[in-house]
Design a protein around this ligand. Sequence first.
Ligand code: G3H
Ligand code: ZN
Length: 283
Amino acid sequence: MVLVTNKEVLDAANDGGYAVGAFNINNMEITQAIISTASEMNAPVILAASQGAIEYAGIEYIEALAKTAAAITDVPVTLHLDHGTDFNVILQCIRHGFTSVMIDGSKLPFEDNLALTKKVVDVAHPCGLSVEAELGRLVGVEDQISVTEKEAVFTDPDEAVQFVEETDVDSLAIAIGSAHGIYKGEPKLDFERLEKIDKKVDIPLVLHGASGIPEDSIIRAVKLGINKINIDTELRLAFRDAVRKVVTESDVYDPRKICGPARDAIKEVVRYKIGIFGSENKA
Ligand code: G3H
Ligand code: ZN
């Protein structure tokens, strides 16, 4: 198949009451792990590439990996820019086959975030790409995004209504207590706030910083209206742990014997997540 848009897979998730996994990619092994698992589970999947991933791998490699992945599977696959903050990177993504972009203006004041998001929608929609925006501010570090506890803000439901109406975005990332990176304590989501936002906003809602959130909270969040769930940190940890095990417990120096187990470890994380997100057999 060819790459499809986030709008296509997320509108279906919104109608069907499940969430699609957005997993961060940086290299071939991670991409293969995500795609082979999604294929085995017959699940739609979002390949998320951050600005940092684009810098690391090169946009041509990211494009080729995603297009190849989509071509060899029957499940819907999208290529999505994660946490885009640079308008020039958005334009680059449009030129390089991305089917969705996130514009992250969450650090900006409300009116500026709205204006920037609108500007991105105005260029992305005519080119056939979906747009995700973020309202509110998640604590933690994700690639080039860093927010302290003091700077974190939960999403206001009424502002969300105005923001969606005026920008015409396709999905909205909301801040309800999740955090980027490794949690210091037990993550506590504000389900009441999620319920309020979901009642007022029709478009698919996105949960960032979902690594480390307990299974019952994820299931509840999906029931209350979350349709896209971002996972990065748990993939990184699985990769790191598997590599560490091989290199400390053996003398292997063949990259395939180092990265192969890491790829298998990522597959296990993706399998578990797709299961609790409810997107198995929704391709
Ligand atoms: O945008 C990516 C995510 O929000 C991933 O968050 O690293 O906490 O899983 P995480
Ligand atoms: Zn994020």
